[in-house]
Design a protein around this ligand. Structure first.
Ligand SMILES: Nc1nc2c(ncn2[C@@H]2O[C@H](COP(=O)(O)OP(=O)(O)O)[C@@H](O)[C@H]2O)c(=O)[nH]1
Ligand SMILES: [Mg+2]
Ligand SMILES: [Zn+2]
Length: 316
């Protein structure tokens, strides 16, 4: 165990571009930083520094910094990259929760994708929130309900916090801010759901900040940035991460034999099937199948389970 030098400043890595990292200090300043030579050898089998890491940097002037020390990671959202010799690629270090954002329409919400996201979060012990954006486009549902959105997402309301939002009108933003406060939240969802718009609503200075960085470094604008952390104004410890890489995690590391444990509505029933190793697909005396028949477990959620359990994991 080593310690940061006394004059190094604590910060959080908010962007990574290859060997360069933007480190945001407590006062909001960002230093474009490289890693001190000696640090490279220490961490094996994982990225040495990743977005979300707490680091200590020396300010070397002209907006640049040197990372002297990386605080131990509490957790990481990562994937194994076979091409790189099984070194884990960290998508986000130290996430506290995940927000899966869909739109009421444009694009149509894709519940199977939401279920896969939720399974991914469950398998990694990450608390999940569901966001339904573009509520300004909501209308009556098919079953006579006044809200199609609430009809579509009703099954989730007893499982996860469901936030009905509109980046356009500001609907639900107070509740969203409350759910985010003091935490690092990974945001994922289909393209067009409104992730960027929502981040802009949370932090109207965001676009300007990104532009300033690009100008300062003379690059970055065309750099493919995997994960970007945004500080939400109002609380210094609230960050929202745009994490496009989450989607590729999908079911990595999920043991299909125990997929049932990743469905919170199934968990209380798991020891009540007739057979201890019940797959809940066709066995007699299955408590899950009975609960679906009784309307206690949503048929659509069960179908998501059954498809994945049978190995029908083809991506859309
Ligand atoms: N009507 C409506 N449109 C929105 C809302 N939020 C975002 N959009 C629009 O949806 C499109 C995609 O938004 P964007 O933030 O780029 O989605 P992303 O791909 O998830 O980052 C843009 O044309 C936005 O203007 C909303 O709350 N209501
Ligand atoms: Mg976007
Ligand atoms: Zn069963």
């Amino acid at each position: 165990m080593s310690y940061p030098p006394a004059d190094a400043l604590p910060g959080i890595v908010v962007r990574a571009y290859g060997k360069f990292f933007d480190v945001q200090l407590a006062d909001g300043r960002e230093l474009l930083s490289t890693i001190k030579g000696g640090l490279r050898r220490r961490r094996r089998g994982t990225d040495i520094v990743a977005v979300g890491d707490t680091v200590y940097v020396t300010d070397v002037g002209e907006g640049e910094g040197r990372i002297e020390f990386v605080a131990p990671r509490r957790s990481a959202l990562s994937r194994l990259a076979r091409q790189t010799g099984d070194v884990e690629q960290v998508i986000l270090a130290n996430p506290d929760q995940a927000l899966f954002l869909f739109a009421v329409q444009n694009p149509e919400p894709h519940r199977r994708l939401l279920d896969r996201f939720l399974i991914m979060a469950e398998s990694r012990g990450l608390p999940a929130l569901v966001g339904v954006n573009k509520m300004d486009l909501d209308g009556p549902g098919a079953n006579g309900s006044p809200s199609r959105a609430r009809e579509l997402f009703a099954d989730y309301e007893c499982l996860y916090p469901v936030l009905y939002l509109s980046a356009r009108t500001g609907e639900g933003m107070d509740r969203l801010r409350q759910a985010l406060i003091g935490k690092v939240t990974a945001v994922a969802g289909p393209s067009g759901a409104g992730k960027s718009s929502l981040l802009n609503t949370l932090d109207p200075t965001r676009e300007r900040a990104v532009g300033a960085i690009s100008d300062a470094t003379g690059k970055g604008r065309h750099t493919t940035i995997a994960t970007v952390l945004h500080r939400v104004p109002g609380d210094p410890a609230t960050f929202v991460a745009d994490t496009p890489g989450i989607r590729a995690l999908s079911l990595q590391g999920v043991d299909l034999e125990h997929l049932d444990r990743l469905f919170p509505e199934m968990r209380p029933l798991l020891n009540t099937c007739r057979y201890a190793d019940c797959s809940h697909l066709q066995e007699p005396g299955c408590a899950i199948i009975a609960a679906v028949a009784a309307g206690l477990i949503s048929l659509e959620r069960y179908e998501s389970y059954a498809k994945l359990r049978r190995g029908e994991i083809a991506d859309e």
